[in-house]
Design a protein around this ligand. Structure first.
Ligand SMILES: [Zn+2]
Length: 154
């Protein structure tokens, strides 16, 4: 009877140790997103679920106008190319004497967006530096004439 109790105690202890080890191993695994359709785990580099084809809805990158005539407005970058200038025909029209007729363009390049100066008179400044071209990073602040625009992804 006594021996059986000791064996039982050892078995219970071993089970506890295994359970704790499993919990620790699980906690160490990086968080993996689950598929929104079939619920299976998705690897971080998957752009869609390889089991069922479900694609997560990603926010559309956007331009947030902070300073200038359009302050407070947001323009989603839905098109292949978004242009900003002072005349009609641009995606965004800025009535500002310091803005050229076709001032800048923002072009989708794969998953990213590239800003280009379209030969403007006063140039475009990104985070304070005049640039002819720039692959935009989230939070980049562009200055066009008297307008400040933040590139937002999330
Ligand atoms: Zn799925």
């Amino acid at each position: 009877m006594k021996a059986a109790a000791i064996v039982a105690l050892i078995v219970v202890s071993l089970l506890l140790i295994v359970a704790v080890a499993v919990l620790i191993a699980r906690a160490r695994q990086p968080l993996r997103a689950a598929c929104g359709a079939c619920g299976r785990a998705m690897m971080p580099d998957w752009t869609k679920c390889l089991f069922c084809g479900w694609e997560p809805v990603r926010p559309v990158p956007r331009l947030e106008f902070m300073v200038g005539p359009l302050a407070g407005q947001t323009v989603p970058l839905r098109d292949e190319v978004t242009t900003i200038g002072s005349v009609a025909g641009n995606t965004v029209v800025l009535s500002d004497p310091a803005v050229s007729r076709k001032h800048i363009g923002i072009r989708r390049v794969g998953e990213r967006y590239e800003l280009a100066d379209l030969g403007s008179t006063n140039g475009v400044y990104v985070n304070g530096h005049r640039m002819a071209k720039k692959l935009l990073d989230p939070g980049d602040i562009m200055r066009v004439g008297n307008t400040e625009i933040v590139f937002r992804v999330e």
